[in-house]
Design a protein around this ligand. Structure first.
Ligand code: HEC
Length: 114
């Protein structure tokens, strides 16, 4: 029995381990940053991989001083982050309204506008 168990990936024990790992990954993805995370923390955890750690862009456009994002209204930024735009995913499920506000404040600070 023990030999068979090792050979079969569908052994209940192994299956349990895969399930736990899968669930943990799902929970992490769905939860996103801590509710109390600062705008800078949220940005570095979920935005920097596409917009660059220094806001200068990458997959997504430059968000820093003088960028088109700097000229947009706060409402446009909030809407873009909530709903997504083009290749940018929606963050409605990942970030709360308060977190989105905080990340917009962070962008404004970096853009030198507040
Ligand atoms: C998977 C990559 C990706 C991630 C992650 C991402 N973005 Fe984007 N973002 C994009 C792309 C691509 C665009 C351009 C969308 C378009 O207009 O077609 C964009 C556009 C934007 C714009 C509008 C810029 C403009 O000039 O109109 C803002 C603001 C923005 N992103 C902020 C954020 C913030 C804040 C986060 C983190 C919460 C974030 N993005 C996460 C890819 C990403």
């Amino acid at each position: 029995m023990r030999r068979r168990c090792r050979a079969l990936p569908c052994c209940p024990m192994r299956l349990g381990r895969y399930l736990v790992a899968g669930l943990a990954a799902l929970v992490l993805m769905a939860c996103g940053p801590d509710e109390s995370a600062t705008g800078a923390e949220i940005y570095s955890q979920v935005c920097a991989r596409c917009h660059g750690a220094d806001l200068s862009g990458g997959v997504g456009p430059d968000l820093g001083p003088g960028s088109s994002a700097a000229a947009q209204t706060d409402e446009f930024l909030v809407q873009t982050i909530s709903d997504g735009r083009g290749r940018m995913p929606s963050f409605r499920q990942t970030l709360s309204a308060a977190q989105i506000e905080r990340v917009v404040r962070f962008l404004r600070q970096r853009q030198g506008q507040s």
